[in-house]
Write a protein that binds this ligand. Structure first.
Ligand SMILES: C[S@@+](CC[C@H](N)C(=O)[O-])C[C@H]1O[C@@H](n2cnc3c(N)ncnc32)[C@H](O)[C@@H]1O
Length: 302
């Protein structure tokens, strides 16, 4: 739902409406409408103030959060970046955790053997024959299946983690996927660059919700310095690109409980004033991203 809203926000940047406000327009909606007009007219600070004013009145206002995220992370959204990564890497195999309606797995090329995992898939089209959907949690999927065999005895070339938006779930997904990769594979992780504390809560209280996946980036950077971790500043909430993977590494598996405890104990304030640096923000510029993808993984570490 969030992805769809973003795509429509970005696609439609027409001239500001001159129409009268709808008769039933409430104050948060009015503030948001003015903020949207300000944004379209490049009055960015006014647009941010307007969104915040709307959120003061209506803390869960999805459109206001979405506009703030679009302002915070300009450029192509995660969906477009993911599509470019597919076209650039042309992976032989792809695993996506969290497929929802299938909007992201749909962009897989016909040369890619793809697996989607989601306990409640709501695929809105007939998947191509090279796409398999597994209707189960990712933990069950990795425990029950010989994933390599499902992929025609190939490793995972590209993965996209976008399932349960809680840190420890994404950590296990990363751990399970890395074991099936090669050093030249790529793991993408969605929702790692939170807009604010409220929308990064572990318990979902807003429609716009990235959860606390941000903790995973801190963990990987701290405990796995061998990895190349970059967070592309793609709206709505960032897309991490992890390379130089080590399928033999047992570090996360052997320390799983302690790592979960250590990173769940972190307060959101650890990002105060240092969010970009701590989460390894990388410019959302395809020429820079593609150059990074073309860099040997070991040389891309930072
Ligand atoms: C944000 S949606 C995925 C959106 C999709 N990747 C896209 O970009 O269009 C998150 C999905 O994760 C699924 N999910 C929740 N818990 C999960 C789990 N334990 N394992 C795998 N998927 C899970 C949900 O059912 C939901 O469909």
């Amino acid at each position: 739902m969030l992805g769809n809203l973003f795509r429509s926000l970005r696609a439609s940047r027409p001239a500001p409406s001159r129409g009268e406000p709808a008769p039933a327009e409430d104050e948060p909606s009015r503030r948001y409408r003015v903020a949207l007009e300000d944004w379209r007219a490049d009055r960015t600070s006014e647009a941010v103030a307007g969104c915040k004013a709307a959120l003061e009145l209506a803390p869960g206002f999805l459109a206001a959060h979405s506009l703030l995220a679009t302002i915070d992370l300009p450029g192509e959204d995660y969906f477009r970046v993911l599509s470019r990564v597919h076209a650039h890497l042309k992976p032989r195999t792809y695993v996506e955790i969290g497929v929802a309606t299938g909007a992201s797995i749909r962009m897989v090329g016909s040369g890619t053997r793809a697996i989607g995992v989601d306990p409640e898939p709501r695929i809105e089209f007939e998947p191509d024959p090279y796409v398999s959907i597994f209707a189960e949690t990712s933990d069950d999927f990795f425990a029950r299946h010989d994933v390599r065999a499902e992929l025609g005895d190939l490793p995972i070339d590209l993965a996209f983690i976008d399932g349960m938006h809680r840190f420890e779930f994404a950590l296990r997904d990363f751990m399970n996927i890395e074991a099936l990769c090669t050093p030249s594979s790529t793991i993408l992780i969605h929702d790692v660059y939170p807009l604010d504390e409220c929308t990064a809560a572990r318990e979902r209280v807003t429609d716009f919700w990235s959860g606390d996946i941000w903790r995973l980036i801190l963990l990987l950077r701290q405990h796995r310095p061998d990895l190349a971790v970059h967070t592309i500043g793609a709206a709505p909430t960032g897309l991490a690109m992890v390379r130089n993977l080590d399928p033999q590494s047992r570090y996360i598996r052997d320390h799983l409980g302690a790592l979960v405890d250590e990173y769940l104990a972190l307060d959101f304030s650890v990002l105060d004033g240092r969010k970009a640096e701590r989460l390894a923000l990388f410019p959302n510029d395809w020429s820079r991203i593609s150059a990074l993808l073309d860099t040997p993984p070991a040389a891309a570490r930072r």
